[in-house]
Design a protein around this ligand. Sequence first.
Ligand code: MD6
Ligand code: FE
Length: 205
Amino acid sequence: MRLDLSPGAVLLSGRLLDDAPALLTGLAPILECAPLRHMQTRRGYFMSVAMTNCGDVGWVSDRRGYRYSALDPASGQPWPPMPAAFCELATRLAAEAGFAGFHPDACLINRYDIGARLGLHQDKDEADFSAPIVSCSFGLPATFLWGGATRHDKTQKIRLEHGDVLIWGGAARLYFHGVQPIRAGVHPDVGDFRLNLTFRQALAR
Ligand code: MD6
Ligand code: FE
């Protein structure tokens, strides 16, 4: 089912229910090479969400701030490559939402244990805001906060469930958004956490 949240933001509910097992299997070797970790913020706090990446570059945060990096700071090595199947799927999903020609070079992998949350933020570390972001959710459900162009805009709550895809770009590309603390539970296929993959075009093309 397709739901247009606002111009540029599309929710494809359950779109990945069939693809989820293969995606999660493909994730396992990536997580072995580049384990999930709690990154530090500029202010010195550790994020409750555990993160890692695959692709040409990965999103990192530390005392110097946020940026994309070609190397995993934990290993000093390049991030694991993005599997071709992931990249092709993200391109197809973006096209379904009306964004043709999406070529992700980064995939940020977020694991939310029970209680983990993500404060209201904009995704603005990418070089080119004409490309959308494709966000895929697995495991426990989340309450996603969908705001507007400023931090003070009213937010609406959107439930993101296993297999859901959220695509946003265009007029919504810099909208504020966040994730409320994940509530306790167990997903039958995934376990007691939520996984989110966001595909981005981080580098200028
Ligand atoms: C999450 N996602 O759903 C966090 N950002 O776990 C994001 O911050 C996000 O889902 C930009 C576009 C889609 C997203
Ligand atoms: Fe985001």
